[in-house]
Design a protein around this ligand. Structure first.
Ligand SMILES: [Cu+2]
Length: 471
């Protein structure tokens, strides 16, 4: 069993004076050249400056990896150099990308073997907050620290005083700071996935965010954890939801200034700073039994201006389709079964194989979509549709655990329980609680082979994955 590390202990040991990184404007490589991104080992002060350092795997050896930043419509060119001991790839999560650049190893590309490179080159159709991570042995590779933000700026500037990214992560650490080597274990695979015992923001313990009264702050939140669902609460401030999974939404107030981020999902919030100089307000995550502080807004210096800004206008649209042909939609139920305490699990036990695809962690089968456990690159797709077809999928979760389904290459609408009306946002990942059914709709307008899988990465590795064809 994992030793439970007291977070309070580590907070006091590593009380952060580290500043959140302000986002650089357009710091990515120019269009003429490839920027090399090296997947390699490194170390990080996850436990604070005075704590032991943790050996991680990271892009350019850091966790999170470097923020890649470009403008909507730009082309980016990234050369992945693999200096790991395992094959790897990069998936550009949330980008409505050309299929061959999607990074789904085994489906859209061969992985980059150790010592080798893979070139990614694609245009960015949408402004917003996206991220990149391996799509190869990802439950281990993402967990060890391979992930970073891809921020795409709007064509016209958005009026905020500070633009701050918070990458939230959940680590399973030993007392000496080492990452617990319990990858690929059956208990995690068949239950809620690999939950950790220690949270970080931007790879740091409880960073401080300096703010001034009457500033408007854009907070870009990413849940980069393998499995933990993170309810995030901004205390003492109203938070307005401006974008979800990268795509702008009609602005709406977060209820109780709280948003729930499932693994892989993002939320852009606007916060108008309203406290006095010298005060502070913590940002909390609900861990189930208690809320823990993960970062803190610190009021420094004099007010930025005498009064707050007027209410924010919506972020500029990315021009996703306004209409869908729901009458003639292709409709499919995708039944989610398996996991601990299920009859399905008993059947699956007899099918478990001792070895994973590349001879690393043992591969267990614990979950199915429509009766089939898969790594997501079987010969047969879950479904095939013609380009331009409206697709409505429903996901009854007949397991005892939450799952969050991620769809590659497309954003989708989240449909109402009762009818085909939809909520005022687009998503690329949807959370489905046990015993519930969620329904989504999208236009399959991006040709190719696209993965559809649970983004709780141990579930994905243990069978909850498939692909669909748009042709
Ligand atoms: Cu799942």
């Amino acid at each position: 069993m994992i030793g439970c590390i007291s977070r309070r202990h580590f907070v006091s040991a590593g009380l952060g004076f580290s500043l959140i990184h302000l986002l650089p404007r357009h710091a990515s490589a120019g269009p003429a050249e490839f920027r090399t991104l090296t997947a390699k080992s490194g170390s990080a002060s996850l436990l604070g400056k005075d704590g032991p350092r943790t050996e991680i795997w990271g892009y350019d050896g850091t966790v999170p990896g470097p923020i890649l930043r470009a403008r909507r419509g730009d082309e980016i060119r990234i050369r992945l150099l693999n200096q790991l001991t395992q094959p790897t790839s990069i998936h550009w999560h949330g980008i409505r990308i050309e299929n061959s650049m999607d990074g789904a190893a085994g489906l859209t590309q061969k992985p980059a073997e150790p010592g080798k490179t893979f070139d990614y080159r694609f245009t960015l159709p949408d402004a917003g907050t996206y991220w990149y991570h391996p799509h190869m042995l990802s439950s281990e590779q993402v967990d060890r620290g391979l992930h970073g933000l891809l921020i795409v700026d709007e064509a016209e500037p958005v009026e905020v005083d500070q633009d701050i990214a918070l990458v939230l992560d959940d680590w399973r650490l030993e007392k000496d700071g080492r990452i617990h080597e319990s990858f690929g274990n059956f208990h995690d695979a068949a239950h809620q996935g690999r939950y950790g015992n220690y949270l970080t923001v931007n790879g740091q313990a409880t960073p401080e965010i300096p703010v001034r009264k009457n500033e408007r702050i854009r907070l870009r939140l990413l849940n980069a954890a393998n499995a933990r669902i993170m309810p995030v609460r901004i205390t003492e401030h109203e938070a307005t939801v401006m974008a979800l999974d990268g795509q702008p939404t009609l602005p709406f107030p977060a209820e109780n200034s709280r948003v729930v981020l499932s693994p892989g999902s993002r939320c852009d919030l606007f916060i108008d700073a309203k406290l006095k100089s010298g005060t502070s307000a913590p940002i909390m995550i609900d861990m189930g039994r208690e809320e823990v502080e993960i970062a803190r807004l610190i009021y420094v210096a004099e007010p930025k201006r005498v009064a707050p800004l007027p209410p924010a206008r919506p972020l500029p649209s990315n021009a996703l389709p306004e209409r869908m042909d729901l009458v003639n939609a292709f409709r499919l139920e995708v039944l989610m079964e398996g996991g601990a305490m299920s009859m399905k699990m008993r059947d699956l036990m007899t099918q478990s194989r001792p070895q994973g695809t590349h001879g690393h962690a043992p591969r267990f089968i614990a979950w199915t979509l429509n009766g089939k456990a898969s790594e997501g690159h079987d010969p047969d797709p879950l479904f095939s549709v013609k380009r331009g077809q409206t697709v409505v999928l429903s996901f009854p979760n007949e397991t005892r655990f939450p799952h969050n389904i991620h769809i590659h290459g497309h954003h989708f609408r989240h449909l109402d329980d009762r009818d085909d009306s939809w909520k005022p946002y687009w998503l690329d990942t949807v959370l489905i609680l046990p015993g519930k059914t969620e329904r989504i709709a999208f236009i399959a307008d991006n040709p190719g082979k696209w993965m559809i899988h649970c983004h709780m990465l141990e579930h994905q590795a243990a069978g909850m994955a498939a692909w669909f064809k748009v042709g």
